[in-house]
Design a binder for this molecule. Structure first.
Ligand code: PA5
Ligand code: NI
Length: 184
């Protein structure tokens, strides 16, 4: 266990200090997730843009600890499907909390049968109940950032999403977002 500590959060630069590891996910890291796999392959082989980053707190990802991270998803879409995180299930089905910080997005959740969508804008707290796989989507034209607080032992099961999907996909429309069945 680590000692009590203050973590400085810079609300403009969206940094945590002290800071843990930062993860960068490029298009090529999102294999098998976008509906249009040809467009995904072309973008991966081409510019291979950064789709999102995840900056962690110094709190370790071990059982009973409560780490945090800030995810920033770039604006964009691949054949209309909005840029998003890979999405995952927590193997032990623990819950999680997201707080939207900047930009606009959505929190897509799937329990294997039901799909839920929460519109996320700065100040929105999105609650992920135990057993719901979760994926974040940038629905706007600027980067979308949110803070996550999660049980340190929660883990990330990405294979679950490859196997079961997320129930729906989020597409860009003139008026905003449209959710369509996963296979469309
Ligand atoms: O703990 C979480 O759910 C988040 O911090 C995510 O890990 C983060 O948003 C990145 O998404 P993913 O892990 O699905 O790539
Ligand atoms: Ni999670």
């Amino acid at each position: 266990p680590i000692s009590p500590m203050a973590i400085a959060f810079d609300a403009e630069r969206l940094t945590l200090s002290p800071e843990g590891p930062t993860l960068t996910r490029r298009m090529s890291d999102l294999e098998g997730l976008f509906r249009d796999s040809d467009a995904w392959a072309a973008e991966s082989a081409g510019e291979n843009p950064v789709v999102y980053t995840v900056t962690s707190s110094p709190v370790p990802e071990i059982d009973r600890e409560l780490p945090q991270s800030i995810t920033t998803i770039m604006p964009g879409d691949t054949s209309g499907e909005l840029w998003m995180t890979k999405g995952h299930q927590h193997p032990n089905h623990q819950g999680e909390i997201y707080l939207a910080l900047q930009g606009t997005g959505g929190l897509l959740m799937f329990d294997g049968e039901r799909t839920e969508w929460i519109d996320m804008q700065p100040g929105t707290i999105g609650y992920i109940p135990p057993g719901w796989a979760h994926r974040s989507v940038n629905t706007g034209d600027e980067p979308y950032s949110f803070l996550a607080v999660y049980p340190g032992g929660a883990g990330h099961d990405y294979g679950w999403v490859l196997e079961h999907g997320m129930g729906s996909r989020a597409y860009r429309t003139a008026g905003g977002v449209e959710l369509r069945p996963y296979s469309e």
